[in-house]
Structure formats: C-alpha cells, structure tokens
Design a protein around this ligand. Structure first.
Ligand SMILES: Nc1nc(Cl)c2cnn(Cc3ccc(Br)cc3F)c2n1
Length: 506
C-alpha cells in the first residue's frame, strides 16, 4: 500500500487547446509611424534584460483578469462564465515557441488595433520623454498603466508573434493578429478562440532559452510570484505566495508574516519588527517592512541583498531597489508596491527620479515615526533593538546634510545618562523634557567607561551645577552629537569644551 504521506503528484492543469485557427480573409495593415519607433526602441533592449518580456506579458494577462473580475462583480454579461480565471504558459522546444494565454477580458478586433496604436502614440511620447531622463516619471495614462508597452517586448525575443483574442462580451468573434514586428500586421477572424488572449512567440535564434520550461518557471517565480491569478507553467502552478502587502493588515497573522519574511529574506530567523503601511495620496503605496531579528554582522560592510523589493501592482520591478530607502535603512527587508511607478522603471531612473525621491521621503518619515512609537510602547525591546541597529541611525545622521532630517533621526538615538542607572538609556527628547525652563544646553561627555566618566574632575564640576550629562562610550556617539550640534533649539555641548571655556574664561 502506497505510503500515506507520499507527496501526491501535483495534477497537470491547463486551459490551452491549441485548436485556434485563422478563418476567412485577412486584412493587412501598416504600423503607424510612432508604433515602429516604439517597437525598435523596445526591441533595441530598452529593458535591461530580455527575460522581462515574460513579466510584461504576465502583467498584461493579470490586468486582463482583474478587469474581468471587476466586470463579474458589476454582473455584466460574461461569455464562458465557468472558464477559470488563470494564466497558462507552455513552451515547445521542438517548435521553439513560447505561448502565454489568459482567460481575461480579451480584445475585439478594434481594441487589438486601437490598443497597439494608442500604446504607440502615448507610449512612445511618454517613453521618449522618460528615456530623456529629464522628465518626472511619466504620468500614468489609463492604457500605459494597464497594458503598457509591455506587449512590444515580445519582439525582443521573437521574429513572429501570433495573437488570438476574443472579447468577454457575449457573441464576440475571435480574431487572429500576426506580425514580424517589422512594420506590418495581418488581422483575420479566427475560430476556436476562448475568451481572453493567447500570444504565441516564435523565438529568435538568440532567444531559444525561452523555450525551456525550467527557465520560464524560474523567471515567472522571480517577477510574478505574487500576481493575484494562478499562473500555470507546463501545467504546474508556478506562483504560490500571497501578496501579503495587499491584504488588510488585520487579516495577516504573525505566522503569515514569519513565512513571508523568511521567503523574501532567505533566512530562518523571525522579524523583530513588522510594519505594514498603506497610503493613497500623494502617492499610492502598499508597503511591508521587516526588521531582521539580528543584523547580519557583515551587513554593515557589504551591500549584499540590501534593500527592499520594488513592485508595481503585484508585479516586481526590481528586487534590490537601492534608492527607494535611504542608505541608513538598508537593514530593512520587505516590499514597496506603488501603482504610480511605471513597470519599466530603469535603475538609472530609480536614482534620480523626483517620484522616487518623494516615495523615499514618505517612507522614511513613516519608519522614523514607527520606531518612535515602538520605543514608547516597549522601551526594553527598543533598547535591545537599538544595541543592534543604533549604528545605522548614527550613520544616517552623519550622512544627512539637512538639520531637520538629522534631528528627526536623532529622536531615535539612546544614551546612558548621569540621571539614570548604569545600563539604562534615555533619549534627547527625554533629556530636554527634564531641563529647567529656559535652560539652553544639553551636556554630553565622551569617556571609555561609566566609571572613568564619573570619576573625572570635568564630570564632578558639571554635576555640582546640577546638570544632567549624557555619556558617550564610543567615538561614534560623540561624533554624532558633535555633528548634530543642536536638538530642539538646545545646544549640544561636550563638557570638555565647557571646562576648557571656564579655564580660559572665554
Ligand atoms: N493579455 C492582454 N489582454 C488584454 Cl485585454 C489586452 C489589451 N491590450 N493588450 C496588449 C496588446 C495589445 C494589442 C495586441 Br495585438 C496584443 C496585446 F497583448 C492586452 N493584453
């Protein structure tokens, strides 16, 4: 008798039939001028790596399914109502073809032509300005935002593309669109077309890796692991993990966070802190941040695996999007998803786009506020956290030019103090609250240990005057206060300079 626990073979599942066929006369059309321009921009590898055509086509299929789901909710009439909502990908190593099919809203003949044209018209303008880098991230137009220029990326890897599509509207007729991407396309009616869109890529000689199933499975998992619809590659489900950041926070359990954290951080520890953040204006943001339980020691030096993953509507744009977060927050793991970011954001644009700068400011302010809230909520836990991660905040202050920003981060700093027991820490804000009305100076003293600090004549003198003194036991603590100079309109002064001033009477 077969072992009870035997891993049951995941059953093969596909909705692909392969019986679609053009029928009747076909009409031939010229690409509009813009289309050709856009086509060769895209085909001339506008994208950093060819494999992204899979992400683009999956993204279009996912949007088509979301639109159909929306139609179903508004109970519009849908053809093939019990056809499952999914994306299927099949490859044929002998025919050198890559085929992707979705059961989404599909296209009428007019939409096939109109979408290509519209994408090209608005696409190339937005693209060219985006390419000129000088522009802000292109404003999202409905077509680009939904069906982007992604379809054109098919021509990076194929010299012939066939598209079968049938609109969800009952009674629609299926059509077949064919092109080699050089300048013309043919359209004819087609039979046996299911609701949705099927795209068959005849791969170029230099792109045969894309008719290998394991390559496709890896690329699909890499970019589209969190797409809402099920994606089958070679009849096996390829996407598994739920996009936690899109769920309502109260529906996400600790265990779900732990599993997701381990998946994205490729580690076995659990997050020390978890922040799920949503905003709709001025930017659309769905973010999920984790603080690893302990920083990887080597992390401070190497940037390996740094940064959060950048997504746009559950489709990955970049998996180590340095620049979305400030350098001093590189210890964070997680996802930032914004539909306001174009899917084809390049690494260069990531560095200098005003949109990304705005996103970074919003996220940084929210995270500083979050850590302050946590410090208030559980000071002990925060003190542990600060032991491991305080260095990052100090680095943040040392590398920031703006005084206000420095003071915002400085609220996270912690020091031992002459008014606290050894081992206890306090913050600059708490020190300020304890100052007498009208007092203008926050004192600190750098010494290798508390004993040496408390037996120093400098310290005795200041203590006599009844001033609280913050202790800096490592040079960075002193350097950060020296750099900060002021906090909340008080002057930060080392008692060493204070004593020197007294001696010389200055
Ligand atoms: N999967 C999918 N589903 C839908 Cl509803 C649409 C609408 N536009 N696009 C992009 C596109 C446009 C023209 C041609 Br020809 C092919 C093509 F993929 C879509 N792709």
């Amino acid at each position: 008798i077969a072992e009870e626990g035997a891993e049951e073979q995941e059953e093969y599942h596909t909705i692909m039939k392969g019986t679609e066929r053009g029928k009747g006369p076909s009409s031939s059309h010229e690409f509009q001028a813009e289309t050709r321009k856009l086509l060769d921009i895209v085909a001339r590898s506008l994208y950093s790596e060819k494999e992204v055509f899979i992400r683009e086509l999956v993204s279009n299929g996912s949007d088509a399914l979301e639109k159909l789901r929306y139609m179903q909710m508004t109970d519009a009439e849908i053809s093939d109502p019990d056809l499952p909502l999914e994306i299927d990908i099949e490859v044929d190593a002998s025919k050198k073809t890559f085929t992707i099919q979705d059961t989404g809203i599909g296209m009428t003949k007019e939409e096939m032509i109109e979408h290509l044209g519209t994408i090209a018209k608005s696409g190339s303008k937005a693209f060219l300005s985006e390419l000129s880098k000088a522009s802000e991230a292109s404003a999202k137009s409905s077509i680009i935002g939904q069906f982007g220029v992604g379809f054109y990326s098919s021509f990076m890897v194929s010299d012939k593309v066939e598209v079968f599509s049938k609109s969800y509207k009952p009674g629609s007729v299926g059509h077949k669109w064919t092109s080699d991407g050089q300048g013309k396309f043919e359209i004819s009616e087609a039979e046996n077309v299911q609701r949705g869109t099927k795209i068959v890529l005849h791969l170029k000689m230099d792109s045969h890796e894309f008719c290998q199933e394991d390559v496709i499975k890896d690329v699909t998992k890499k970019y589209s692991n969190f797409v809402g619809a099920p994606i089958y590659v070679g009849g096996k489900k390829a996407n598994t993990i739920q996009p936690l950041w899109m769920l309502d926070p109260k529906d996400v359990t600790e265990d779900m966070h732990e599993e997701f954290y381990r998946f994205i951080s490729k580690s076995y520890d659990r997050p020390k802190y978890t922040l799920q953040y949503k905003a709709d204006a001025p930017l659309n943001i769905r973010a999920l941040f984790y603080v690893p339980d302990a920083p990887m020691a080597w992390e401070m030096s190497r940037e390996l695996d740094a940064g959060v993953m950048l997504y746009s509507r559950k489709v990955m744009i970049m998996n180590q999007a340095k620049g979305v977060m400030p350098k001093w927050l590189r210890f964070l793991r997680g996802v930032v998803d914004s539909e306001d970011i174009p899917l084809n954001l390049s690494r260069e644009l990531l560095q200098d786009s005003a949109l990304i700068r705005k996103l970074r400011t919003v996220l940084t302010n929210r995270l500083v506020r979050y850590f302050l809230e946590q410090a208030k909520k559980d000071p002990e836990k925060y003190k542990e956290f600060y032991k491991d991660y305080g260095m990052y905040f100090i680095e943040g202050i040392l590398n920031t030019q703006d005084q206000q920003e420095r003071e915002d981060i400085a609220r996270l700093l912690r020091f031992e103090s002459s008014t606290k027991h050894p081992g206890e820490t306090t913050s600059l804000s708490e020190y300020a609250e304890r100052m007498e009305a009208g007092a203008r100076t926050i004192y600190y003293f750098h010494a290798p240990s508390r004993e040496l600090a408390e037996t120093s004549p400098y310290f005795e003198a200041v203590k006599e005057k009844g001033h609280e003194v913050l202790f800096c036991f490592n040079p960075y603590d002193e350097l950060v206060l020296l750099t900060l100079q002021q906090f909340d309109k008080k002057n930060l002064r080392s008692i060493e300079t204070e004593m020197a001033a007294d001696q010389t009477g200055t």
